[in-house]
Write a new protein. Structure first.
Length: 718
């Protein structure tokens, strides 16, 4: 086992890399010689290369690349452009010796993308661009309301969303009239006709405002943000599409390494990528594949992180800004967990934050927070007994129409389960269901989700559909489950469909609250979806083993949350209901807390009052820790205040502070007389290695406080 060091500032590839003083200069120098059980520590800097290991690790002896001492390491797919000279006005020129092709070049100024020259000019919000009204025809005409000289637009590229607006479409202009009628050729494979909005690029004379560029041969023209000289900024152009390439390898670990202007090829087995931030994963303003295709050009790096193979782990990463998909998921037994993915599919195709494109079985997509996309947040294509659980997904449809926050068409889920998710806010201007099983779907289980915020059904099943189950979902601020449908049988029938014209949907124990969620839920606007004391849904359901196992009371409750059991939560810091039912790996700490006045609650009191602050508890290096606060109030006196539970993270292994660990680790609640409240919190192992639990009681009554802590990984998803 060897330990290598890389230091861009002081290293040399002619050294042996075996100490900080003899570090390599490039990551490639280490990656080209490392073997099983080797580790490489990378010092701070921006490394303009692709991390491509030559060898695989082995089971128990992986090859590992890690940022040294938590320093900021960036692998960049972009190279710096220098040698700027003034052309005219505020436009500067420099030589750019590479070209990724029309629609694929990407320029940055101080780490922010600059727009290719276009009409109309637009801002920096990629999912809310400035567009111009236009109309397309079934032939080869596109009409904008714009006046330019005849054939002014020849060679320009039109992109936009028109007609049915399911996806973007584009073409190259071959002729144009003075009144805005464009004749086009080279249309994308899907061509909607009708009114819509779009833009035109690839015309140099439209470089007419700050924050725009144009490439003419090897000459890059740039009007920099703020009209400054680009030499005063770090001006870069994308040169490589992969930041990390693990294709065909196994047992490689990437930890704490950020990436810019590129993606990850994880077509591999038993590899792990965790605690990495990726920005600008993929880029295109013109595409050469089918607009239906969320995986277009994946092997070339044009559609985000590509996970295939078996037993890979993609955990605790932050992905933001991609014209294509965020994560493409294939293969089997892969785990995608506790990632944040946002600002995806600004190219307007069927790409999305996560697309399951070719599962061969038992993948887990859990505890992710995904939001803001041109189309769906998740697409479930070619599923196979997969788990989509505890995700917080929202704000779909920022560009396209007729879509769901979660969407599938023509697929046999083979028992795939969507459960314990928060699925909400379809922003599409037309046809906005929340979970959308389009035509020819079968064998999906949808249970214990909280679903809200759309203009259509909470769960829409278009026909034909078969063997679909919807259990214990809470639905509000949209239409009820299965209230809208559209049957296209026998047209466009996929080869696997042998089930005829059926509409087979089983719906049990669902709670539909229409536009009044406050009638039965505690505080839905602050993600508290527990049933209120005395709610009609309590004990109103039927037993449906195994989905209602562990219910409290005489019968299961309707809806996603069972009263008097663990309050599960979704998203990157969510906590699973299954992870809080006891068993190995749990530590119990019980405290009886008496009434205190607000003035008594100080940091000194925390340090000195052991009856209110637990001992130091370690955080599991991989799983983190799951903490459940249980407050039991069995008195009859008046409750006049709240209980606050603080999770105090360690700063240096000795000192514990609040609120430095964040508001998500501070819970305030009002006890209910003669009742039990259970509230879970998850703590991240990267942020803190140890923690303490402290309780402040201002309820006016003595409470029995129990703190249950899971310090080991209870299931792979957690």
């Amino acid at each position: 086992m060897a330990t290598y060091f890389v230091d861009q500032a002081t290293g040399s590839d002619s050294d042996d890399g075996l100490s900080l003083g003899d570090a390599f200069e490039t990551i490639d120098a280490a990656a080209s010689i490392m073997v099983a059980a080797d580790i490489c520590y990378i010092r701070a800097g921006t490394y303009r290369e692709t991390l491509t290991p030559i060898n695989s690790g082995s089971d128990g002896s992986p090859i590992r690349f890690e940022n040294y001492n938590s320093e900021e390491v960036i692998i960049s797919g972009a190279d710096v452009i220098t040698g700027w000279s003034l052309d005219s006005g505020s436009i500067y020129t420099a030589t750019m010796s590479w070209d990724l092709g029309d629609g694929f070049n990407q320029i940055f100024a101080d780490g922010v993308m600059v727009n290719e020259a276009r009409w109309p000019s637009t801002g920096t919000d990629l999912l809310e661009p400035t567009l111009a009204a236009a109309t397309t025809t079934a032939g080869n005409d596109v009409t904008f309301t714009v006046t330019r000289a005849e054939d002014y637009w020849v060679g320009g590229i039109i992109m936009g969303i028109f007609g049915e607006a399911w996806m973007s479409q584009g073409a190259t202009i071959t002729a144009s009239s003075t009144d805005g009628v464009m004749t086009v050729d080279g249309k994308t494979d899907i061509w909607w006709e009708g009114a819509g909005e779009g833009w035109i690029s690839n015309i140099q004379s439209e470089l007419d405002s700050a924050n725009e560029w144009f490439l003419n041969g090897t000459t890059l023209y740039l009007w920099a943000p703020g009209s400054v000289n680009p030499s005063t900024m770090v001006t870069e152009a994308k040169a490589r599409k992969w930041c990390v390439n693990l294709s065909g390898l196994s047992y490689i670990e990437i930890y704490g390494i950020n990436m810019f202007a590129g993606a990850i090829n994880m077509n591999a087995d038993n590899c792990t990528v965790e605690y990495c931030d990726l920005e600008y994963l993929s880029h295109f303003t013109k595409y050469t594949w089918s607009g239906w295709n969320a995986e277009g050009n994946r092997a070339q790096g044009d559609n985000g992180v590509w996970i295939e193979g078996d037993s890979n782990i993609f955990r605790r990463n932050v992905l933001t800004r991609s014209a294509g998909t965020g994560i493409l998921l294939y293969g089997s037994n892969n785990l995608v967990t506790r990632n944040t993915v946002s600002e995806i599919s600004y190219g307007g195709t069927y790409s999305c934050p996560l697309s399951m494109e070719g599962s061969t079985g038992n993948n887990q997509v859990t505890f992710n927070t995904m939001f803001n996309a041109g189309r769906e947040i998740m697409q479930l294509f070619l599923c196979n007994n997969d788990e989509i659980m505890y995700n917080d997904v929202y704000n779909a449809g920022k560009l396209c129409h007729d879509l769901g926050v979660l969407y599938s068409w023509g697929e046999d889920g083979q028992g795939t389960r969507l459960a314990y998710n928060w699925v909400h806010d379809n922003l599409a201007a037309a046809l906005g269901p929340i979970i959308y099983y389009d035509n020819y779907c079968r064998n999906f289980i949808t249970d214990h989700n909280v679903i809200w915020g759309g203009t259509d059904a909470g769960i829409r099943y278009n026909g034909p559909t078969e063997l679909m189950k919807a259990y214990n979902n809470t639905v509000f601020n949209c239409d009820d489950i299965d209230t809208h449908t559209y049957n296209i049988y026998p047209f466009y029938m996929p080869p696997y469909w042998i089930y005829g014209d059926v509409h087979d949907v089983t719906k049990t124990n669902n709670l539909f609250l229409d536009g009044t969620p406050e009638s039965q839920l505690e505080d839905w606007e602050n993600d508290d979806f527990r049933l209120k004391n005395g709610a009609a849904a309590i004990d109103a359901g039927d037993e449906l083993p195994p989905y209602t196992n562990g219910f409290f009371g005489s019968a299961p409750d309707d809806g996603a949350y069972e009263r008097n059991t663990i309050q599960w939560s979704a998203g990157v810091d969510g906590v699973a209901w299954e992870a809080n039912t006891g068993g190995a790996g749990y530590v119990w700490a019980n405290y009886t807390v008496v009434q205190k006045s607000a003035g008594d609650w100080t940091s000194d009191a925390l340090a000195d009052t052991t009856t209110e602050t637990s001992d130091s508890i370690p955080v599991d290096s991989k799983a983190g820790a799951t903490i459940t606060i249980e407050a039991v109030e069995d008195n009859t006196g008046a409750i006049n205040g709240v209980v606050t539970v603080y999770i105090l993270g360690d700063v240096d292994g000795t000192n514990f502070e609040e609120p430095s660990i964040g508001s998500s680790h501070k819970v305030e609640f009002t006890p209910i007389q003669n009742d039990t409240i259970r509230i879970p919190i998850h703590i991240d192992s990267k942020t803190h290695k140890n923690f303490k639990v402290a309780v402040e009681n201002q309820s006016g009554q003595e409470l029995a406080i129990s703190v249950r802590i899971a310090t080991a990984e209870v299931k792979a998803a957690n």
